[in-house]
Ligand binder design. Structure first.
Ligand SMILES: [Zn+2]
Length: 224
């Protein structure tokens, strides 16, 4: 993060904590504020390359892919207009809950009514019916939260109860999209471990565009 952005983020953190902004002149204090983000975050950690390549691949039949990986970007805009962004990833194996539920339990357990939240998820597959309902409930009681979910694959999309849950998500204002090749590239660049000092170019798999179109058509049918 650029120095200026760090200072702005720290200022926002400071004002949220009711601390004196004058302290920002003190480099030590500034450093401390930068290290104390307003949310509990698992950032800094990136997905291992192999996890990304296997779990996010948008295959039509996702056998063996029974985990959910969720990469998130949370943008919180305070009254003063400052935007604080945080990012990280969750996977349900270590979260003891589905990744979607874990997000609301650990990453964004409470929303400050004075702050506007723009949340984007990049998830390996779409939510199950229970998670979709959890999202619907959260959006229903948190009007200052906007959620965009980009999914690599549709999970059990042939099941009527899953389809109904996806429609409830849409009705609740959640934007749901299938990840395009450039979205996978975005995840690769921002959430996947890179070799020391050099980032490797994203290598799209052979059927990435075809599979995207396949799922996009299914989703359009479900949501229409
Ligand atoms: Zn779930």
């Amino acid at each position: 993060m650029a120095q200026k952005e760090e200072a702005a983020a720290a200022a926002a953190a400071a004002s949220q904590n009711g601390e004196d902004l004058e302290d920002l002149d003190d480099p030590e204090k500034l450093k401390e504020l930068i290290e104390l983000p307003p949310f509990e975050i698992v950032t800094g950690e990136r997905l291992p390359v192999n996890f990304f390549k296997f779990q996010f691949r948008n295959v039509e039949y996702s056998s063996g892919r029974n985990k959910t990986f969720l990469c998130y970007v949370v943008e919180a805009q305070g009254k003063g207009g400052q935007v604080q962004a945080s990012r990280g990833y969750l996977e349900d194996e270590h979260a003891a809950a589905h990744a979607e539920e874990a997000f609301f339990n650990t990453i964004l357990p409470a929303c400050d009514p004075a702050v506007r939240y723009n949340v984007t998820w990049y998830v390996s597959s779409s939510p199950c019916a229970a998670c979709a309902d959890r999202i619907v409930r959260t959006l229903g009681k948190t009007k200052n939260l906007r959620l965009l979910i980009l999914v690599g694959r549709l999970f059990m999309w042939e099941e009527p109860d899953v389809q109904a849950a996806l429609r409830r998500l849409k009705e609740a204002g959640c934007r749901l999209r299938i990840m395009k090749p450039q979205d996978f590239e975005y995840v690769w660049q921002n959430f996947v471990e890179q070799e020391e000092g050099e980032s490797k170019a994203f290598e799209p798999w052979e059927d990435i565009q075809e599979n995207f179109l396949y799922y996009e058509e299914k989703l359009a049918d479900i949501l229409k």
